[in-house]
Structures are given as structure tokens and as C-alpha cells.
Ligand binder design. Structure first.
Ligand SMILES: Cc1cc2nc3c(=O)[nH]c(=O)nc-3n(C[C@H](O)[C@H](O)[C@H](O)COP(=O)(O)OP(=O)(O)OC[C@H]3O[C@@H](n4cnc5c(N)ncnc54)[C@H](O)[C@@H]3O)c2cc1C
Ligand code: FES
Length: 582
């Protein structure tokens, strides 16, 4: 039976000094309520990335679960809508209701689409930050309905099952398949045969069954790669430093004993630890591998940034014979095997990972249609010209188009040195007729990435087939948090801790740990290091971060472990000096 219909519009709530825009506060409706395709009248969601939409129109939670949590948590203060649900129901437990089941309530018809996606806001609503993890661990997530037929419903209505979903997989089971350890492939494949399962969950399950070999971690929640070939840093010998353009130089790194190095995946980066000054903490910087990913040695290609400390040091003070501390190749921006056309698109020094991908395609003598689209300022600024020409010549279906934004009048000749003056714009992509069934890989400055991604989508390339690599801290994910002006990363305010050093590699910041901090995530937030998170309790893996060196201790054990070499920063603290890929 339907015990209560609850609605509420999003509002701003103060939480840990921040403003959260959330619709999780719901109030019971007195009489009849009209259910529409996207919402019940009077209802709304604060963060449409995580909630709401056609597949998550109506959230359902069971009264039996209320009683369960009241007993377990010793609470007696729950009211209808406590879990943010629209419908509080008697019956319909998560371990009996199946994805695809259809129910009639009042004059409306509903279909079960997916379990609730757990996030920190349910922790705020229940004043218990463990709640997102508990809902999953105790198999009581609740579920969403899509509205097949709009109509009116009211408290007291009978809930009548109209049809059984195919495969008979319960909400609790499907939830566990994504979030709990194990992930049996045969069960996931069954879940994928349920047409009613929401596209988002189908995408996660597809990623799990097609995960590349030798990967660890939860491929349904984050991109995964094979574990790093070694832990922390190891010394490699510089064997050559070679100019590539007026501002870019390549540094070759090899095993000091002449052994092969573990082969990276095409597109991965490695991280170096440099000590230009004994008085100062080391510099930790990452560089995409630009050479053939064949394991003979590693090559990075570094652009000398104006006033850049590490790039300046690598250009001026590193010589063959030097030893440099290097962390193993990592990263999930890698060329995926396929037979579809592939677009390798770069701006400036962003050509580095694209070149590694081109090497991989050339080594396979790939039959794929390969498009090399490169943007540079001018001929002096363009790296790898001869090298790419040689690789492209060996591919049967390769095309290349090079853009100079400011060609040098006397030196750069269109048709001979480059193909078009100007930027790699939407019009240019249209004129070239790039194949829309392509997988696109992009690397370059942030503005270049967002412009070219938008242009590719505009010409018809599917957004989920566009992969990007950014040479710095990635954009944060902070669901529902109202925007605040972003500051450059900085040491935390107030008294510095005296614990082990925590280095945020992409942000170029090292600060001491302070025992009062709850987690590495909280320290990163105090430093304005861009972070990604959602549940803050070890379930969703949104905060999963590469641990480049060091060890952590978990304050709450992750529900499902992260990939080897990664860490869930929302629920861990350093056990000594650590370097995070943040
Ligand atoms: C995954 C990944 C892959 C990468 N791959 C590559 C690659 O293949 N090639 C590459 O060259 N880089 C790459 N980078 C970037 C690289 O890690 C460094 O960020 C880059 O070399 C700059 O470091 P730096 O120490 O020289 O500059 P920093 O000293 O850290 O300075 C950062 C920026 O601030 C500017 N700056 C510094 N001091 C001043 C000042 N006083 N006044 C004004 N501006 C200033 C610098 O010009 C620079 O642009 C990659 C980064 C990541 C995360
Ligand atoms: S934020 Fe969800 S696991 Fe860390």
C-alpha cells in the first residue's frame, strides 16, 4: 500500500560551511498528487546529474526499511520522506521488487528502473554520514520508477503489480552487482538483458563486462587500467635530451642496468620527482609518454613553460647520465582497441600522448581510418613533424591536417608546411568531414579541449566516444555544492600540521598532514585542490585517485576496493608521506 506521497522543491542548506542545493527534503502531500513523466507536481531535484529525469522520476522507499534503520541506529525521529523518497510504501521490499516490474497506483502506471544511487545528501538528511554506505551494505537502497502513464495517486492507494520484469533480478541484487565486491559476469549479463534497466546502469554494467584484461577495481564506477608496474618512485637513467621544437625537448629515460622497462599503454603518463634544490621540497610533475609504447625505454616531451620550475629544470639542468626518480606509467586515457575510425586531436604540447597512440596504431599496421589533427602556433612551435609523417605514411588509411594559428609570414607556407591557418574549429571539422562513428582522443589546453569536444559533438560524434587528457588538475566533481570562486591550491588556513607530507602532484603542492583532519579528501578541500566526490563514505568511487607513492590507512573500509595503486581519498589518511595524482 502507498502510505505517503512526499514532494519538495530544492533548497539551499548549509553543510560544513558550504551551501548545498538539494531536493532531499520532502513533505507529505495531503490529498491527491498528479504524477507526470518527469516529476510529481510540486516536486523537484537539486542535482539533475545524480537524480531526476525520466529514468529517476519517482523515488520509492519502504516503511519496513524505516523500521530496520530505526532499530539499527536507535532512532525514533523519522517522518515520511525521511530518505528523500517520493513514495513511502508498505511492502515492495528491495529484495523482492525486480527491475522492470510494473505497478499501477491510482491512475498512474510505473516501471522499476534502477536502485537509488547513493550520495552524501542522504547522510545530511539523516544527520549520519555513514548512511550512503549503510544503504548499500545492508541491501536497502530503495529504487526509482519511470512513469509509463501519468495519473493521480494518493496515500492509501493499493499498489497493484501489473507485470513481472524479465530475468527476475531484485533491486537489492542489481545494486550489489554494481557496488559490492564480486561482480559475477553471468549475473551482470542477465541484468543487461532487462530493457527497463536505466541507460546509466546499463552503461556501468557494459563497462564491467568489457573491462580490459589485467585490470583491477570497479570498472562500473570509474575508468580502470592495469595496476602500476611498480610502487612509488624508482631511479631511471636519462639517456638523451633532444629538442623537438622551439619550446619542447624530449627526455629519454631507461633502466640503469639496461633492462627493458614495463611497457605502458598508449596514452599513459609517468610522474617524475625532481630535486633541483636541496633546500626545497622535491618537485613532482607528470608527463605523457610520447615514444613507442614498446618497453624499450620511456620518452617524455616537455614544454618549457615561461617561469615553469620543473620544465625549466628539465630543459636546462638535466643531462644524459643523470638519474631521475620516476613513478610507473599510469592513466586511463588510453587507446582502446576497435575497428572504428580514430581521431587523434592535439593542441600544442598535447601532441605527446597522441603520438604514443599513433606509434601503437603504426606498430599494429592498423587498418583503422586514422585522423591526425594537430594545432600549433606556427612551424617553430610544432613538435614531431618528421616523426608523425613517417608513422602516418605506414598506415593504409591515415589522414593528417595541421592547423597553424599564427603562421610565420616568411617561413610557414600553407600546403607545404601546414594545411590551414586558424584554429581547429567547428567549421574546420565540418569542412574536413570527420567520420561521426569515430573514437576521438583529445589532448591540449583546457579551452581547446572544451571547444573541440563541443565541436565534435555538434558534428555528430557521440559524447561518450570523446576522451580527453588534461595536463593539470582535472575539473572537480562536487555534486550539489553551490559554486564558489576557485582559488589556486594553497596550504590550509590556520596552524600547519606536523604529520607526514602529502603531495598533490597535479596541483604542485605539498603540505603536512594534521591529525585533526578526517580524511585526505578533507585536507585537499582545505587546500582548494580540485577534488571529485559524491558519497564521502567509500561506496561510489567518485573520489578514486592514483596513489603515486606511499601508503594510506582506511578510516572506513571501502565497500568494494579501488583499483590496485588507487585510493579512495574520502575515507583514508596517510600512513607516511604520500603522493596523490590530484
Ligand atoms: C597527466 C599529465 C600529463 C602531462 N604531460 C605533459 C607533457 O607531455 N608535456 C608537458 O610539457 N607537460 C605535461 N604536463 C604538465 C606538467 O606536469 C607540468 O605541469 C608542466 O611541465 C609545468 O610545470 P612547471 O614546474 O614547469 O611549471 P610550474 O612552475 O608548476 O608553473 C605552472 C604554470 O604557472 C606558470 N608560472 C610559474 N611561475 C610563474 C610566474 N612567476 N609568473 C607567471 N607565471 C608563472 C608557468 O608558466 C606554468 O604555466 C602533464 C601534466 C599532467 C597532469
Ligand atoms: S566519495 Fe564516494 S567513495 Fe569516496
Amino acid at each position: 500500500m502507498l502510505r505517503s506521497v512526499n514532494v519538495g522543491l530544492p533548497k539551499d542548506v548549509l553543510w560544513q560551511g558550504r551551501t548545498v542545493h538539494t531536493g532531499i527534503w520532502k513533505q507529505p502531500v495531503g490529498g491527491a498528487a498528479t504524477v507526470r513523466r518527469l516529476n510529481i507536481d510540486g516536486d523537484g531535484q537539486g542535482d539533475l546529474g545524480g537524480h531526476g529525469g525520466e529514468n529517476r522520476a519517482v523515488f520509492v522507499y519502504q516503511l519496513e526499511s524505516y523500521r530496520y534503520w530505526q532499530r539499527l541506529l536507535g532512532r525514533d525521529d523519522f517522518g515520511y520522506g525521511q530518505f528523500g523518497e517520493n513514495l513511502t510504501v508498505e511492502g515492495l521490499p528491495d529484495d523482492e521488487v525486480c527491475i522492470g516490474d510494473r505497478y499501477r497506483i491510482g491512475t498512474a502506471l510505473f516501471e522499476v528502473t534502477q536502485p537509488r544511487v547513493t550520495c552524501y545528501r542522504v547522510g545530511i538528511r539523516l544527520d549520519d554520514p555513514r548512511m550512503p554506505a549503510l544503504l548499500v551494505q545492508h541491501h536497502r537502497p530503495g529504487f526509482y520508477f519511470r512513469v509509463l502513464q501519468e495519473g493521480d495517486i494518493r496515500a492509501g492507494d493499493e499498489i497493484i503489480k501489473v507485470t513481472d520484469g524479465p530475468e527476475r533480478m531484485s533491486v537489492a541484487e542489481v545494486d550489489g552487482l554494481l557496488y559490492l565486491p564480486g561482480h559475477p559476469t553471468d549475473r551482470i549479463e542477465r541484468a543487461l538483458r532487462i530493457p527497463a534497466l536505466s541507460p546509466g546502469w546499463q552503461g556501468s554494467f557494459r563497462a564491467m563486462v568489457s573491462r580490459p584484461a589485467a585490470t583491477t577495481g570497479n570498472a562500473g564506477l570509474v575508468a580502470v587500467a592495469p595496476p602500476p608496474a611498480w610502487a612509488g618512485f624508482r631511479p631511471l637513467r636519462v639517456t638523451a635530451v633532444e629538442p623537438e621544437s622551439s619550446t619542447i625537448a624530449s627526455v629519454r629515460l631507461a633502466d640503469p642496468d639496461g633492462q627493458p622497462v614495463p611497457a605502458p599503454l598508449p596514452g599513459q603518463f609517468l610522474t617524475v620527482r625532481l630535486r633541483p634544490d636541496d633546500e626545497q621540497p622535491p618537485l613532482i610533475r607528470s608527463y605523457s609518454l610520447s615514444g613507442p609504447p614498446d618497453g624499450s625505454d620511456y620518452r617524455i616531451s616537455v614544454k618549457q613553460e615561461p617561469h615553469g620550475v620543473a620544465s625549466g629544470y628539465l630543459h636546462a639542468r638535466v643531462h644524459p647520465g643523470d638519474l631521475i626518480d620516476v613513478a610507473a606509467p599510469r592513466g586511463t586515457f588510453v587507446l582502446r582497441p576497435a575497428s572504428t575510425p580514430v581521431l587523434l586531436i592535439s593542441g600544442g604540447v598535447g601532441a605527446t600522448p597522441m603520438l604514443a597512440m599513433l606509434y601503437a596504431l603504426a606498430a599494429q599496421r592498423s587498418e583503422r581510418e586514422v585522423w591526425w589533427l594537430q594545432a600549433a602556433r606556427d612551424g617553430g612551435d610544432r613538435p614531431f613533424e618528421t616523426e608523425t609523417a613517417g608513422l602516418l605514411a605506414g598506415l593504409p588509411h591515415a589522414r593528417s591536417h595541421v592547423f597553424y594559428s599564427r603562421p610565420r609570414a616568411a617561413l610557414d607556407q600553407v600546403g607545404r608546411d601546414y594545411d590551414s591557418a586558424g584554429r581547429l574549429s567547428l567549421d574546420a571539422l565540418r569542412a574536413l568531414g570527420v567520420p561521426v562513428d569515430a573514437d576521438a582522443y583529445l589532448c591540449g589546453p583546457a579551452g581547446f579541449l572544451s571547444d573541440v569536444t563541443a565541436a565534435l559533438v555538434e558534428v555528430g560524434v557521440a559524447a561518450d566516444r570523446v576522451s580527453t587528457e588534461i595536463f593539470g588538475a582535472g575539473p572537480g566533481i562536487t555534486p550539489g555544492i553551490s559554486a564558489v570562486a576557485t582559488r589556486a591550491p594553497h596550504p590550509p588556513a590556520g596552524e600547519q600540521g606536523d604529520g607526514p607530507a602529502v603531495s598533490f602532484a597535479r596541483s604542485g603542492l605539498t603540505v603536512p598532514w594534521a591529525d585533526g583532519r578526517g580524511s585526505l579528501l578533507e585536507l585537499a578541500e582545505a587546500c582548494d585542490v580540485p577534488v571529485r566526490w559524491s558519497c564521502r563514505s567509500g561506496v561510489c568511487h567518485t573520489c578514486e585517485t592514483g596513489l603515486l607513492a606511499g601508503e594510506v590507512a582506511y578510516t572506513t573500509e571501502p565497500v568494494d576496493p579501488p583499483a590496485d595503486g588507487d585510493v579512495l581519498i574520502c575515507s583514508s589518511r596517510p600512513r607516511g608521506a604520500v603522493v596523490l595524482d590530484l
